[in-house]
Design a protein around this ligand. Structure first.
Ligand code: VG1
Ligand code: CO
Length: 545
């Protein structure tokens, strides 16, 4: 075992979901090692009695995934871990990693991913730690890790050859057990336990056509196994199904902008009945019907309203949770079902306590994330399979299900506008000015809207009482419209401003507008209130979802 002297490296502060930096930064001297040592220093690789702990390790296969895995294995051994369970080829989707942590009663896991960020030598890499419940480390723990990186003086690593991760089976690394497992099997079995596979298979057999776009990212092998092999979807249903280190040069973010080929197919002639895409690490999903795009906020609401149709949820839901910027469509479903609805800050780590405490069964974020208490991460293929299960039972099109949903609950028109790579000082100045103006906003009239209330969202976790402040500026209007602004915590270049826009239409008329048209006055109000152009020089967003 070798103890290597090191020095603190600035900026190793985990964001919304782990530490994300340019790959070159992660590959720099001691960078990965310092952060991994900080993880082990905070969570401990040994139990109090001196025995070693067990961890799960895997990543989304992006550039540097394989080499980083070898470093982390050597460091786990040197820090005294007993055993590491790792996906073959160091591959695990984020939800599959969460499942393996729980299934094997381990002490947590390290996931190597920058999720929806592009990959490659000049793109992004990331590392995050998940706790023994399978969920991302809460803020208190990531803060401790960050603090540790600012005072680190040494890390531990064994000298050894690489472990062969290409072959399933057990080996030893300096006394530590390394179990290389199939990344797909346990996850696929979990899905089979939750959903009515025979009903979905019968639907496929009856001619229902689906297109699954894995965006050259990690879900490819999972999608092929589950959709094509176990459910009998036509060969070729899954496209971009081979994970590539640079995601084929694409941006593995399943939204209408980056999954444009899928959108074109779903809105073209002879479109399949159902289309879906997932992101770099497999925790996000986009679903589309023939000619019918489902916004993530609506998807959460439809899934919550229909989950009881799937075997895993037939007893009903204990509660629903959504991130604050997500639309209130799910709240209306929760109210109708008579169950609790929670509003949390952005990031899946805030759902963990609610899921562990049995307060929420289904959670979702506007950023194409949905999941349930089956794991402690959002789960792209899970959402896709729940949709398929619902479609198999209801025997209606996606468009018809959406229309019926809006007719019953009204429609929360919703859109997110992203302004990327803004100079950080300008973005900070804009947010500071906006925060400073909030106290005087109530009663202000603009664009035909009257401000009812404005605040900076703060969250008190109902389970452990921890408080998270400054989670996004909210401006609520008297007619139920809402504007939210926050800066991204996952980007690696400058600042990304996220502007979230919402307007409610009760129906029965006015439920079929283009969201950008329905939201036009809210968009204008947002630009005026925040002074986006005068601070950042931007008028047009880079990405609209
Ligand atoms: C974004 C999304 C957030 C999501 C996070 C991680 O964070 O807005 O909802 O939880 O990404 O998703 P931010 O701070 O950039 O807005 V993933 O699939 O990138 O792990
Ligand atoms: Co992701």
């Amino acid at each position: 075992m070798t103890k290597i002297s090191t020095q603190p490296i600035a900026g190793q502060k985990p964001g919304t979901s782990g530490l994300r930096k340019k790959t070159q930064v992660f590959m720099g001297p001691h960078y990965l090692e310092n952060f991994v040592q900080a993880i082990f220093d905070v969570v401990g690789a040994r139990n109090e009695d001196g025995s070693g702990k067990t961890f799960v390790l895997g990543g989304d296969g992006r550039y540097f995934n394989d080499r980083a895995a070898q470093v982390i294995l050597r460091m786990a051994a040197a820090n005294g871990a007993h055993r590491v369970i790792i996906g073959q080829g160091a591959i695990l989707s984020t939800p599959a990693a969460s499942h393996l942590i729980r299934l094997n009663n381990t002490d947590g896991g390290i996931i190597m991913s920058a999720s929806h960020n592009p990959g490659g030598p000049n793109e992004d890499f990331g590392v995050k730690f998940n706790m023994s419940n399978g969920g991302p480390a809460p803020e208190g723990i990531t803060e401790e890790m960050y603090k540790r990186t600012t005072e680190i003086t040494a890390y531990h690593i064994v000298e050894s050859q690489d472990v062969d991760l290409s072959v399933i089976g057990r080996s030893q690394l300096a006394g530590m057990i390394v179990d290389v497992v199939d990344p797909v099997t346990d996850y696929a079995t979990l899905m089979e336990s939750l959903f009515d596979f025979p009903a979905i298979a019968a639907m496929f057999k009856g001619g229902f056509r689906i297109r699954m776009d894995s965006m050259c990212a990690v879900t490819g092998p999972y999608a092929v196994e589950i959709l094509e092999k176990r459910l009998g979807a036509a060969a070729g249903t899954c496209v971009n199904a081979t994970p590539l280190p640079d995601f084929g040069g694409m941006h593995p973010d399943p939204n209408p902008t980056w999954a444009k080929a899928l959108m074109d197919e779903m809105f073209g002639a002879n479109a399949p009945d159902f289309g879906a895409a997932s992101d770099g690490d497999g925790d996000r999903n986009m679903v589309v019907g023939a000619g019918a795009y489902v916004s993530p906020s609506d998807s959460l609401a439809v899934l919550a309203a229909n989950a009881h149709l799937a075997p895993g949820y037939k007893a009903g839901l204990k509660g629903v949770a959504r991130s604050m910027p997500t639309s209130a469509a799910a709240d209306r479903v929760a109210a109708a079902l008579g169950i609790a609805c929670y509003e949390t800050p952005t990031g899946w780590k805030f759902f963990g306590n609610l899921l562990d405490a049995g307060r929420a069964t289904i959670c979702g974020e506007e950023s194409f994330g949905t999941g349930s208490d089956h794991v402690r991460e959002k789960d792209g293929l899970w959402a896709i399979l729940l949709w398929l299960n619902i479609l198999a039972v209801r025997k209606q099109s996606v468009a018809a299900i959406l229309a019926e949903h809006w007719a019953k609950f009204g429609r929360n028109y919703y859109s997110r506008h992203d302004f990327e790579a803004i100079a950080s000082d300008k973005a900070d100045a804009m947010m500071a000015a906006l925060r400073g103006s909030l106290a005087g906003l109530a009663g202000t009239q603009l664009e035909g809207l009257t401000v009812q209330a404005a605040d900076d969202f703060a969250y008190t976790d109902p389970v452990d009482g921890s408080v998270s402040k400054a989670q996004g500026v909210r401006i609520m209007f008297e007619d139920g419209s809402r504007i939210v602004l926050r800066l991204s915590g996952t980007g690696t270049e400058g600042a990304t401003l996220r502007l979230y826009l919402e307007r409610y239409a009760a129906g029965p008329t006015g439920l079929d507008l283009d969201p950008q048209d329905a939201l036009a006055p809210v968009i204008r109000a947002a630009h005026r209130l925040a002074g986006i152009e005068s601070y950042t020089g931007r008028v047009t967003p880079d990405v609209i979802t």
